[in-house]
Every structure is written in C-alpha cells, then in structure tokens.
Ligand binder design. Structure first.
Ligand SMILES: Nc1nc2c(ncn2[C@@H]2O[C@H](COP(=O)(O)OP(=O)(O)OP(=O)(O)O)[C@@H](O)[C@H]2O)c(=O)[nH]1
Length: 350
C-alpha cells in the first residue's frame, strides 16, 4: 500500500471500507483479491451474510493470508447488518478495536440484501466517530444481471399485476435494494464484465449515472481484479456526508426483509456433482431463485465442493479437504423472493 493512498486519512482514526452490492455481485471475490494484494497491510474483516451458514467467512478463512489471520475475520451471519447495528455490529467492532494489535484498515462486507446507509450512520455515533472513519462505500455491481434487467420492473408483467390489483405497489424489491446500494456509494465497481458486451457496459454505466445524483466514479472489473490502492484510502469520511446519500428508506425507523425468503437445504453426499448442478440450474430457473451457495460432499472425494449459483449461472470447485471430525454432507443456502416454495424446491433436488 503506498503512503500517498493513506496519508489523507484523519489522524488517529482507523479507516473502514464498506463493501456493498446485491446477492452474488462479487463482494467476497473482491475481498479475496484485496487480501491477496494487501502488501503487508494489517486488515480485519467483518462479514455479514443473509442466511445462517456463514459461507463467505468460510471461503475467506480458507485463504491463509498472514496479514489477515482467521481471528481477524469476524462473522455476523443470520441477520442483516443494517437491522442489527447496535446489537451485533458495535460489539464486533469494539472487540476488534480492543485487540493488542489493532487492524490498520477494517473491511466490512454487508449482506447482499443490506441497505448500507444505516451502517454508515452508526459511524456517526459519538462512541465510534472518534476512533473510526468510513473511508469509502464501495458498491459491487453484477453488470450482467443489470444488463439482463434483473433489477428493473418488467413493464408488461407489472401492467398485468396492476390490472388484477390496482393498489399494487410497483416497487420491485430487488430494484429498491440495488438502488439504495448505488446511492450510498463513493465508488462503483461494474463487475462481471467478462459476461457483458461493450454496448451493455456502456448502457449499464449510463443507467447507473442517471440513477445517482452525484458524480461517482465507475470502474469495470472482472472477478474484482483491481489494484487495492484504488479502493482503500478514498478518505470519503462518509459518516459526515449522509445527506448526500439518499435512500428509499429515509425517514423510516428500520426496514424489514419480508420481501425475501431463505432456507437451508441439507442433502446427503452427491454421487454425480455435474448432474446435480444441472438439476440446480433447472430448479433455479423454474422457481426464480436469486442465490444458492454452500458446500457439498461428493461421494468418494476427500475435498469439499464449493457450489455457487447466481440466478441460473453456477460454478463449482473443490476448495479444501474436509478436516478430520468435521461434519460432512451437503448444505446449501437458497435465497429468493418471498413465497419461495421450499417444499417443491427440496423435492426437486432430493
Ligand atoms: N463470470 C464472472 N463471475 C464472477 C465474477 N465475480 C464473481 N463471480 C462469481 O459470482 C459468484 C458470486 O460471487 P461472490 O463473490 O460470492 O458474490 P457475493 O457478492 O459475495 O455474494 P453474496 O455474499 O451471496 O451476496 C461466484 O461464483 C463468483 O465466482 C466475474 O467478474 N465474472
């Protein structure tokens, strides 16, 4: 990390970077890249996930990077940081600050459904603002999903629904979360450009620029591969600048995640992982599943299989060997919009 990138930070305050972005946009992949390129900088991570399996922290703990040992990775699973700031987040950050060796920079990965603004607000609290500053809010965008219209209301479907129920609230819950994340950002990473044409990149960049009222830099990335010096050291002091970050939920006390459902699917060891991924793709499409992720046991294999699905796009790789005594099996988190048919999905995959 160059001195110039950190010298502009307020003296004595530990910088905090908040990484936001919708489910599956590439936040964990980006953080992995930052850890791999930390150049000796002592980092701590706070990882928040929707669904209670704690997959992201597991992936990152597996990195074995010296500057971010396992005890510097704090996991806040099964909740949404934006709703549990006082109960979960503040004690977690206090614990990090209480360490003998304090981190030089803290990175927070919010859950894909979290609104970043309530978290930024917490840094304005007297107990935190004297010791920490929000160096920047980085929004990671799944460019391919945006280009596919994943976050926009389908005008035809909406017209049909409105005809049946004229009082229908037209807000697409995905769009609302996506926009709140963009509106809070100091820097936007248009990720997954390998899945986009140049014309799509230009169209999505234009649409983002129209959505946000202030000028925010947009950088294109593939698998979060970007020099961390462009990410850490923004010196945005976002906690001083809340008014410039409008939210769909301004003025509300809190918000709920009733628009989304999640459950854990438990299965025995897989005999044929390729066939299983094929079934996952079919099921993800049939039930409009937003996100599936977890680890699978494959019969006869000593390694565990990391399974990642965003919409109908799936990836799998063996990430490490099962540890002696570690419970094996296949456990996947499934996340979708409210009304997800848990029974039918489980039946289709068993
Ligand atoms: N093709 C492609 N895939 C990507 C890229 N970046 C990430 N992915 C894949 O997208 C999937 C989700 O990536 P994650 O980094 O886990 O996304 P996330 O935002 O942390 O996901 P949640 O924590 O569930 O919200 C994984 O399978 C990644 O390998 C990219 O630039 N291109």
């Amino acid at each position: 990390m160059s001195q110039s990138s950190v010298s502009s930070l307020p003296p004595g305050k530990i910088p905090v970077t908040i990484i936001t972005g919708f489910l599956g946009a590439g936040k964990t992949t980006l953080i992995r890249h930052i850890l791999d390129n930390a150049q000796g900088r002592r980092l701590a991570l706070i990882i928040n996930e929707f669904g209670d399996l704690g997959i992201d922290a597991e992936i990152l703990k597996g990195c074995g990077i010296e500057t971010c040992p396992e005890e510097n990775i704090v996991e806040l699973a099964n909740g949404c940081l934006c709703c549990t700031v006082a109960d979960d987040f503040v004690p977690a950050i206090e614990a990090l600050l209480g360490r003998d060796t304090k981190p030089e920079h803290i990175i927070i990965e919010t859950s894909g459904l979290a609104l970043p603004k309530p978290l930024v607000k917490a840094f304005d609290w007297p107990g935190l603002r004297t010791r920490l500053t929000v160096d920047g809010v980085i929004a990671v965008i799944d460019g391919a999903a945006v280009a596919d219209g994943r976050f926009a209301d389908d005008p035809l479907k909406l017209a049909e629904q409105r005809a049946a129920d004229p009082s229908l609230d037209h807000d697409n819950p995905l769009e609302e979360v996506y926009e709140d994340q963009l509106l809070c950002a100091d820097l936007i990473l248009l990720n997954k450009i390998d899945l986009m044409t140049d014309a799509e990149q230009a169209a999505v960049t234009g649409a983002i620029t129209q959505t946000i009222p202030r000028a925010v830099k947009i950088l294109c990335t593939q698998e979060g591969r970007i020099d961390p010096r462009l990410l850490l050291g923004l010196a945005a002091a976002a906690e001083d600048d809340l008014a410039a970050r409008p939210s769909h939920h301004d003025g509300e006390e809190g918000h709920d995640h009733d628009d989304f459902d999640s459950f854990i699917l438990t299965l025995p060891a897989l005999a044929d992982p390729t066939a299983f991924i094929g079934r996952l793709i079919t099921v993800a499409e049939a039930f409009d599943i937003i996100r599936i992720k977890g680890f699978a046991e494959v019969a006869g294999k000593p390694m565990r299989l990391l399974v990642q699905g965003v919409g109908t796009r799936f990836q799998q790789r063996f990430d490490r060997a099962w540890r002696p005594g570690e419970p094996r099996g296949t456990r996947l988190v499934v996340i979708g919009q409210k009304g997800l048919d848990q029974t039918a999905i489980a039946a289709a995959l068993r």
